[in-house]
Write a protein that binds this ligand. Sequence first.
Ligand code: FAD
Ligand code: SIN
Length: 532
Amino acid sequence: MQTDFLVIGSGIAGLTYALKVAEQCPGKTITILTKARSDETNTKYAQGGIAGVMDFNQDSFTKHIEDTLIAGDGLCNPHIVEVVVKEGVERIDEIIRWGARFDKEPDGDFKLGKEGGHSESRILHHKDVTGEEMERTLLEAIKKCNNIHLISHCFVLDIITQHHLGYLVTKSTPDIECYGVYVLNLSTKKIEKIVARITLLAAGGNGQVYRSTTNPAIATGDGVAMVYRAKGRIENMEFIQFHPTALYEPGVRGQSFLITEAVRGDGGILRNQAGEAFMERYDARKDLAPRDIVARAIDSEMKINGTEFVYLDCRHMDQDNFREHFPNIYAKCLSIGVDVAKDMIPVSPAAHYSCGGVKTDEWGHTSIKNLFASGECASTGLHGANRLASNSLLEAMVFSHRSYLKAVDQINDTHFNTFIPDWNAAGTTAPGEMILITQSLKELKLLMSDYVGIVRNNERLRRANRRLDLLHEETEALYQRTEVSPQLCELRNMITVAYLIVKSAELRKESRGLHFNTDYAQRGEILQNTIL
Ligand code: FAD
Ligand code: SIN
C-alpha cells in the first residue's frame, strides 16, 4: 500500500494534522492508522480541559508563559513556550469552528476553570469530559474528508528506514530516512508494509509502563520505542508526571479513573486519613500547587501514615455546581458508593503523562528525515521537567499545525521508496502460551512502580536496571522465535520505554521537576536535557 501522508495515531495530534493536510491537499492520499478503535486514545479521557488565554482583561500571554516556565522548573525552551501559548489561541478557535462545544456562562463568555500551577482561570472545558468532546468533533470532521482513509485495529510494528534495505544504521548515521511502516493488520492477521512519502508519529503516551495509571490500555509507548529502535533521538524520559488524584479503587487493574484537578480548582481540599488538610505544610499554593509538588506531598502523607490513599473533600462545595461541572465524576463516585455531598473521595497518585519523548524541533521535525512527531509521544521543549496542567491538548494542536505547514511544503519533493522488502518472519512460530508475556508485564509494572515512581534513589534505579536487563533478554529471545502479536510487541516496547526512563533518570544527577532523587536533594547548576 502507498499513501502520500501517513499518520500513526487517531488522538488529537493525529486527527488535527490529518484534517489540515486533507483540506490543503485534496489530490493527495492521507492514511491514519490506529491499533484499537478509532476513539480509544488518551485524548478521549481528558477531563479538565485545554489551557488558553481567553480573557485578556484578567489574563495575558505573559502570565500563561510564566506559569508554564515555573512548572517546567528550568528545562522548558522559552521560545517554544511562547509559540505554544500565543499560537494556541488560534488553534482553539479552529477546533471551535470545527464544532467543539466548550461550556459557557449565561452571558456567552467561556466558563474558565483553574488548575494547579495556573495563576489565572484559563481552562476551557466541556463539563468533565473535554477530551471526549474534542475527539468526537475531530472524528466527525474526518468522516467528511474523502481523501482520508482511517484504518483501525492496525498495529504499527516498526518504522522503515535504510536499516530494512540492508544498510548499517547507527545513532551517528547522517540522514536516516523514514519510508513508511510495517503493520500487523489485526483483522486479517497479516503483516503488511505501508509506504509513505511523509509520516507523522502521533502515537501518544506510555502510562501503562506503571501499575497504576490514568492512561488507557493503548498507552504503551510504541512510538518512542519505534523511533529509538530506528536510532532517532529521544529526550527527557525521566520526567513522568504522576497525577495526584486518581480514584482509589482496590482491585481495579489497568486504567484508574481520574478525578480532575479542576475539582481542586473549584475548591476541593486534600485531607489525610486523620482528616487534616495537609497541603499547607508543603506549599504556599496548597492544593493548587503544581502537580509534582502535590503528588509528592500525597506520597509522603501515605508513607508517613502507612496508608494507600488520601481523601479529596468536596463536601463543602456547592453541590449543584459540582454536579453540573463534574457529572461524570459524580456518577462514577456514586457507582462505587461515594456520595460526594456526604463522603470524601479516596484518591492516590497514578502515572499520567510523559513529558519527554521523540525530540522535535520547533516545526515538529524529528531527527529522522520525513518523520514528524506531535502530541504526547513528542518532546518539543514545552513542558521541561514538569508539564503545566491542560497544556498538553494545546501543545498537540499547535505542533500538528506546525508539522502540517512543513509537510505540505515538502511533499512534492519527497518520493516513495519502491524497494522496501516484505517483513521477514523467517524462523518464527505461533506462540505456545501467553503466560510468558503476561508475567513479564506484571514484573515490569511492579518494578517501575516500586523503583522508578514519584520518589527515586540511585540504589532503586540500579535495581530497576538489573531487572530490566533480564526482562529485555528474555523478551528479545521470545520475539526472535515467535510470530508477532500486539501483546508481545507492546511488552517489548514497554521494556524499551522503561529502559529509557531509567537510563535518563540515572543520567540526571539532581532532583528537578518530576524527577525527585533522594540522593540529590538539590537542583544542579547546569540545566540540560537528557538525550538518548
Ligand atoms: P492519544 O490521544 O493517546 O492517541 C494515540 C493514538 O496512537 C491512538 O489512536 C493509539 O491507538 C495510536 N497508537 C499508539 N501506538 C500505536 C501502534 N503501535 N500502532 C497503531 N496505532 C498506535 N491533557 C490536557 O491538556 N488536558 C486535560 O484535561 C487532560 N486530561 C487527561 C486525562 C486523562 C485521564 C489522561 C489519560 C490524559 C489527560 N491529558 C490531558 C493528557 C492528554 O489527554 C494527552 O496527552 C493527549 O490527549 C495525547 O494526545 P495524542 O494525540 O498525542 O495521543
Ligand atoms: C486533569 O483534568 O486534572 C488533567 C489535566 C491534564 O492532565 O492536563
